[in-house]
Design a protein around this ligand. Structure first.
Ligand code: P6P
Length: 337
């Protein structure tokens, strides 16, 4: 059977549905090759001298792992010369990274979390790269990194593409260009991503929830109620027994939901209320919310659709409740009860 590579899939999306431009196709291919390079670096582990702390902190005040910095550099280097981007923004950088003057500028903006779940790197648990693509507004001020931040502050509904790579037993690229969700598996011998699933559909119901239970005492009442009802099992109001999973790599937890359904929650709690949440809107919540909705799921903060949020700042944090639609609708409903 003829294998459909990422390049062929994108070409057919461009030709048949006019969904994407040649520049966006090029951008996604460049990002996929950067993810391949990150996958190779991760795969070397201790042998590559890439484990452990980098000895620096990122803009979030989190200690950076060597692989955080390496992954960020791989994505910057891969994307700045191609002429398809105007600027990039990353979890690892305080300000946007402008395309150097020596290279042509393009019409797209790229945001990314270069290595999500990096607390899992040193214990050999799946981690991932998350990315989101926006169009750069006409006339945007890109004169300085500080000025360029405003160009990124668009709601998630403005995304033209979103995806993640999950570095697990296999390396997968999960992608949407606004026409459903496709899954590509990295063929390491060929060095290309091969289409292995398209039109992903998340079951509307589930028996599996993902949340960090150690925060339970900090949760708001609607989440306390919902988790207690799931723990009550089939004797409780939800009438079924639930199982729990928490990988502490959003990409791994979201990919499980993409694969078999479930609900993922990093809700607002009293410990992080001042920050607005734990997860970042522009390069975690928004791309994952686009993917989840494109696969028939739902993604809210508990109070509003994530994709409708108009960002106030580049590294804004939000509560995240996403996954199987009927479950997300239920707990979102509890917030307005
Ligand atoms: P906690 C990883 O640091 C991350 O940003 C997400 O990938 C993950 O879902 C979450 O934080 C884990 O947070 O508080 O359980 O360590």
């Amino acid at each position: 059977m003829v294998q459909r590579t990422l390049a062929r899939y994108l070409t057919e999306e461009q030709r048949n549905k006019g969904v994407i431009t040649a520049d966006l196709k090029f951008l996604i291919e460049i990002v996929s090759r950067a993810c391949q390079a990150i996958s190779v670096a991760i795969g070397k582990g201790s042998l590559g001298g890439v484990l452990g702390e980098a000895g620096s902190d990122n803009v979030q005040g989190e200690a950076q792992k060597k692989l955080d910095v390496l992954s960020n550099d791989i994505l910057l280097d891969a994307n700045e010369w191609g002429g398809h981007l105007a600027a990039m923004a990353s979890e690892e950088m305080d300000l946007p990274h402008l395309v150097p003057h020596r290279f042509p500028k393009g019409e797209y903006l790229l945001t990314f979390d270069p290595l999500d779940g990096s607390s899992n790197i040193d214990v050999n648990v799946s981690i991932g790269t998350i990315f989101s693509v926006l169009k750069c507004p006409e006339g945007a001020d890109l004169s300085t990194p500080e000025a360029a931040e405003a160009a990124f502050l668009q709601p998630g509904t403005a995304q033209v593409a979103a995806g993640y790579a999950v570095y697990g037993p296999t390396t997968l690229l999960v992608l949407t260009v606004g026409n459903g969700v496709a899954v590509f598996t990295l063929d390491r011998e060929q060095g290309s991503f091969i289409l292995t699933q398209e039109n992903v559909q998340i079951p509307a119901d589930t028996k599996e929830f993902a949340i960090n239970m150690s925060n339970q005492r900090f949760w708001e009442a609607p989440v306390q109620r919902y988790v207690a009802e799931m723990q009550a099992g089939k004797e409780g109001p939800l009438g079924k027994d639930y199982n729990m999973r928490w990988v502490a790599s959003m990409v791994a937890d979201v990919h499980r939901i993409m694969t078999r359904g479930g609900i993922f929650m990093y809700p607002l709690d009293s410990k992080i209320k001042a920050q607005g949440g734990k997860l970042r809107l522009m390069y975690e919540a928004n791309p994952m919310a686009m993917l989840i909705e494109q696969a028939g799921g739902a993604a809210t903060t508990g109070r509003q659709r994530i994709l409708d949020i108009v960002p106030g700042k580049l590294h804004q944090r939000v509560p995240v409740i996403l996954g199987s639609k009927n479950e997300v609708d239920r707990v979102t409903g509890y917030h307005s009860a």
